[in-house]
Design a protein around this ligand. Structure first.
Ligand SMILES: [Zn+2]
Length: 182
């Protein structure tokens, strides 16, 4: 492969592409966008740096990796055998940080919605429906309450996510000090 990027460009690209644009998040973003929901990315300086911010609904969405964020009773939430103590402590810290972020956000009046990656892989339409329901429950009278979930094609959603994923470059080091998804 011809390398046409400078080190700085590559570094920026890596940070952008590997950091947040994980496949499950793309599934959700693609679906919400299609349904007419508009969101902001990048955390907005909020606690826990939510993946999606929907100011209109005063809501934030976290798309959590099951491993990093310890999805309860999920087979993806394994504990590595090597350095088990290190991992246990690190992952427990993630969970504690998540809880603090949720508490801080809720205290500030944000509705917090957590979606797990396995939900989005298994049944993207159901996962998206749950998010839409959570977003619109408070103001069901609004127009947005009537968005057409039937318009979502799960296969298309997965396909879009897969296309986006091709832009990911390289495996992310597990040693990296991060609570983000790989
Ligand atoms: Zn899970």
């Amino acid at each position: 492969m011809t390398d046409t990027l400078t080190t700085a460009q590559r570094s920026r690209l890596m940070a952008r592409v590997v950091g947040k644009d994980t496949k499950p998040e793309w599934i959700l973003r693609s679906a919400l966008h299609r349904l007419g929901f508009r969101y902001r990315l990048g955390g907005g300086g909020l606690p826990g740096r939510p993946d999606l911010i929907l100011p209109k609904y005063r809501a934030v969405v976290f798309v959590h990796g099951c491993f990093w964020h310890r999805h309860a009773d999920c087979k993806r939430a394994t504990l590595p055998r090597t350095n088990a103590d290190f991992w246990k402590e690190k992952l427990e810290r993630n969970v504690a940080r998540d809880a603090e972020a949720v508490a801080a956000l809720e205290a500030a009046g944000w509705k917090v919605i957590v979606v797990w990656e396995c939900e989005l892989y298994r049944d993207p339409v159901a996962a998206v429906s749950r998010v839409v329901a959570a977003l619109t429950e408070a103001d069901a009278a609004q127009e947005d309450g009537g968005c057409d979930l039937g318009a979502l094609d799960p296969r298309r959603l997965l396909q879009v996510a897969e296309e986006k994923r091709r832009y990911r470059i390289g495996p992310k080091s597990l040693d990296e000090d991060t609570d983000q998804e790989v």
